[in-house]
Design a protein around this ligand. Sequence first.
Ligand SMILES: [Zn+2]
Length: 242
Amino acid sequence: MDVQGYIIRITPYSEADGIVTLLTSDGNISFYGRSIFKIASKNAVAIQPYHFVEVSLIESKTGKNRYTLKRAELLSGLEPIIKDITAMSALFTLGEIFNKLIIEKEDARAVYPYFDKGVQAIKSGFDPLTSILIFFAATLRIIGYGIEISSCVNCGSKKDIIGVSALEGGLICKNCRALEYTIYDSLSINIIRYIFMVPAEKYTHTSFKKEVLLPILSGLRAYTYDIIGTRFKTIDDFLKIL
Ligand SMILES: [Zn+2]
């Protein structure tokens, strides 16, 4: 069986072998990679994090691992950004968001277009912070933790939106300001709407200023920690070098 996709996770299994997870347009698939950590291995060059590859897998009905790697071919590597520490860091952030939030295969399938466009965006020099926020919001929405962005989550009003409530899971209007919420100005609220709505094909349509995006990223992190208990080390690393 031949499949194409992004190498999203490599877990060492023994000294030279590992379990590799590939994100494909049909969801994620894991396979056993023999000798992938040996530099002399013919597959070692292709099997690296976030490479887009084509792999030939051998299916076994009896073994412990259903699929074993036969051959891997690198289709698109990280050459354009390998020396760009901000872009590389953004790419690793996309990977951690995927690995920590996506569990179901159908969610992996749904998030694939965003991962694909996000990686391409970062590799082509698109704003890394905007890239992270779009992927983060899309992933939350796909796993069922999107926020109500069309109107006030409490009363349904579309007017006088003044912030976002993590607890209520959506926008908050002026009349509902007694609820716990974080204040955002109207530009930020429009950006929050945008990142939760933008289709994958329009990933690179618009980028936004760092000053406006940072409080939104901070809000999304707090929200994710509150509802799922997940923290992202790569976001800390990214913010340090941004
Ligand atoms: Zn309201």
